[in-house]
Design a protein around this ligand. Sequence first.
Ligand SMILES: *Cc1c(COP(=O)(O)O)cnc(C)c1O
Length: 423
Amino acid sequence: MTAAADTRNSAANKHFDLGPAAELVSKEEGHRQPLAPEFVSLEDFSPLEVAYDFGRVRREDIEAGPRSIWRYKSLLPVPSDVEQHPNTEPGCTRLIRADGLAKALGVKKLWIKDDTGNPTHSFKDRVVAVALAAAREFGFNVLACPSTGNLANAVAAAAARARWDSVVLVPSSLERAKVLMTAVYDGSLLAVDGNYDDVNRLATELAGEHEDWAFVNVNVRPYYSEGSKTLAFEVAEQLGWRLPEQVVVPIASGSQLTKVDKGFRELGEVGLVEPTPYRIFGAQAGGCSPVATAFKEGHDTVQPVRPDTIARSLAIGAPADGPYVLDTVQRTKGAIEDVTDEEVVEGIRLLARTEGIFAETAGGVTVANAKKLVENGQLDPDAETVLFITGDGLKTMDAVQEHLGPKATVAPNTEAVDEALGR
Ligand SMILES: *Cc1c(COP(=O)(O)O)cnc(C)c1O
């Protein structure tokens, strides 16, 4: 056994300081167990989730906090001195009023939560920052993950900041930009022959063998996934401490969608907002839409698929949180749709044209689904809506490359320009 694993085992009965986090609870039957780097209940074999003992949480304290997700530390499973340790300090991304896109979609009041502005240009910095903070408290010093790309970027960068080693596993078919944006941080990046679901299976095996590696989305997943709640917290704070009426969230493993819901509920529970009703809509790409299919067919389990879509960051054929996404969407009276790859590209271009935001394919999935949900009458055009744009277009340029370019190549004189522009 390694020294790090030894340290952790001898600390098994220690009380970990993870702020308001009190214990782990199994999602199916609610079995409780102490906080630890574990992700599945040995009682009912369902995923473990963090349960809290929230103290008094006041708007003023949050507003006086740092301009990062750590302003919400009183609602996250992180040590109370979390901001003292090097991390990527993600969050506090802009929420912009999207009147141009609203007009194009035919809805009244639309907002974009623009998470392209995070340190490695996707929402994954949020979950990784929380995973790193919890992993440090548990005594780990290697950060690892299987990834469809964005997580790889975020893990490699956060490990570099923390001066930890990183082990990142990606499918060998990954986009060039995402490979470069991981490799530059100089951790251990391995391309695996196989799709994401193969890589994920490999990571689960490795997590069993290397007890001193914190796999952010495997053995520390309960903490990691809580990071997605910060999207909900920020939206509520940016709206002036209230909840929106509808949100559209992209689905990969489904974790983000379920945690946006958990975030909204907790805000109501601690009294930071009025617990007004909201509807959560899920967005998938047709080439990998197991959750949308289950929703439309009225199933409560998700049948795995083999992904084939340009939206690679969402290409998880066997989504771990699929059934919980179905529960959440049903409970909040939302819906789940899917769109073709052509619609994804059109969604990217529509957002760029109307709002000046260049999103990656996942953002195209969200915009295109919002359009479809309005057209088929599921999204209420009169209700205030927030779209989650979770990654930057610079990461997936291959997807739009063949569709875009200059209008013309002209000689360096004014006549040539006027002629090319038809003026
Ligand atoms: C990972 C990811 C998501 C959603 O991930 P979940 O696994 O469903 O939490 C959404 N958008 C982008 C860009 C991502 O990288």
